[in-house]
Structures are given as structure tokens and as C-alpha cells.
Design a protein around this ligand. Sequence first.
Ligand SMILES: [Zn+2]
Length: 304
Amino acid sequence: MKACLFAGDRLVLTDGACALPDLAEARGWGAGEAEWFPATASRPAATDIAPTAAGRGAHAPEAPCSRAGTAAAIPAPAPTTPGVSALAAQAAPGWTPPEGVAAIGLRRALVLLQEPDLTVALTAAHLARWRRTSRFCGVCGAATEPSPRHQAMACPACGHLSFPKVSPAVIVQVTRGSRILLGRSRRHPHGAFSVLAGFVDPGESLEDTVRREVEEESGIRVRRIRYFGSQPWPFPDSLMVGFAAVYGSGTAVSRDDELEDVGWFAADALPPVPPAYSIARALIDDFARRNGVDPARIPTWKRR
Ligand SMILES: [Zn+2]
């Protein structure tokens, strides 16, 4: 059985590892009286992002993993895993990893871990954070405990159940002829752009969110909204729902506090964009392919 040990939001791995440790190894790290809980990713580990096979499994691990040096944008074959499980736990507060072991950020894990460990680690990270932030009942304030019947934290005092929170967000490929609409966020690495995205508000359909977010962030109104694919994105608890839409009207101008710049780009003149694992990149690669550009030639941003 594999193990996902977290120190806060950080995943604990052996230095240089591109795989999760076994449970016995992780237990040997002395993380205190960690309570281990099951985390199962019951979907294919490889891409199911339609309509093109980019994304999951296509990331290029860094040395010393076997595929080090392969181009990040080359989609790997899409192996499927019927269900991968691990046990996960939160290290005691103040715990210090032993020699040769380190706690790394989840975005770093995106680069380091191979499938299917990456998928189960991201699922475990989502669950671990939910458990860590659901220790008290939101109704009566009593300490909660894991429900024996549901994937939920249960209140022994009032019976309230708190289920894992999933926050849906849309992410949109907007095209106008042979160009794509991209924005530059203050959170992106310098000079890097991506497709527009935003969280779903209460009362909105996903299509409503697509229309609102694109117009709020860029001034562009879109039409012909169609579903593209989705991706769990536990940073910290999102489900990214991808859409493609085409230009309807308006002039691209940065109108959102979060965006420094927004504009139209041709497939053969793209700025640095997100790495291959993300649905953002799958949307951009799809646009590039449809316009005759090999996604391997698209510049990929590097995190600071
Ligand atoms: Zn309660």
C-alpha cells in the first residue's frame, strides 16, 4: 500500500523520489500519531480530457525519473488504471522530516510524481485538507470525527455531516478565427499567459459562468459554448470544467484586477503557457493542433 503523508498542504517524499513511499516507509518517518485514512482515485489515471489526449500523464518528470529530458508537451500514451488507492495522513504539527525526506509543495509534486501516484496524491491532498479544516462542526462547534458510513466528518453532538468540499470553476478556450484569447495573471510567472478561468457563483449554470467570467476579465462576449473536459484541481479544492467558445463581440481589454494583460494570439506565436499536466494546457494544445502547430513547439512557463 502506498502512503501520502502531508505536513500541512505539503506532500512528504524521499528526496529525489518520483513515486509515493510505501506505508511502512512513511510510518518510519516518525510523523507522530498520524491517523491514516483511505484515498482512492477511481478514475483513469491517464487523460480523459476530451477531445484531445493531452494533460494527465503527459508531464515530464525531472531527474532522476526515467523519462527525464523528454519534452513536456509530447502527450504520453494513455494508460488507464481502474482505481488506485493509498493511505493518507497528516503529520503532527511541528513535525520535522528526517534526513533524506522533504515536504514539497503540490505544484512541485505535479512535476516530480509519475502516474498513477500523482493522481492519487492529488486526491489525497484534497481529502487531507478537507479533514484538516473540518475538525469542528459548523452548526454547533463540537469536535467532529470521521463518519463510519460516509466519506464525511460527523458531529457526535448534533449529527451534522460535513462532506468534502469541491469548488467548481470554468476554464475557457475562446477563439476568434485562427487566434486564441489569453490573459496574464499577476499570479503567473513573468511573461506567461493562460486561458481565462473563474469560479462558479451560486445560482449560475456553468455556461453562465463562462459568459460572465470571459466578459468580466476581457470585455469579450462569447457564443457557441461547448463542453471540452474536466480535471480535479486540488489547489485547494477545485474541479476545473473546460469549455470552448467562440468570439461573439467586444474588444479585448484587461478589466479584471487579477489580469495585467489580455489579448489574441496566433498558434505559431504563443507566449509561455502552463505545463502539460493542466487542462489549461490541454485547451491551448487543442487550439494549436487545430491550427497546424505541434504542441511540442509551444513555450512552457517555468514557475519561480
Ligand atoms: Zn454539531
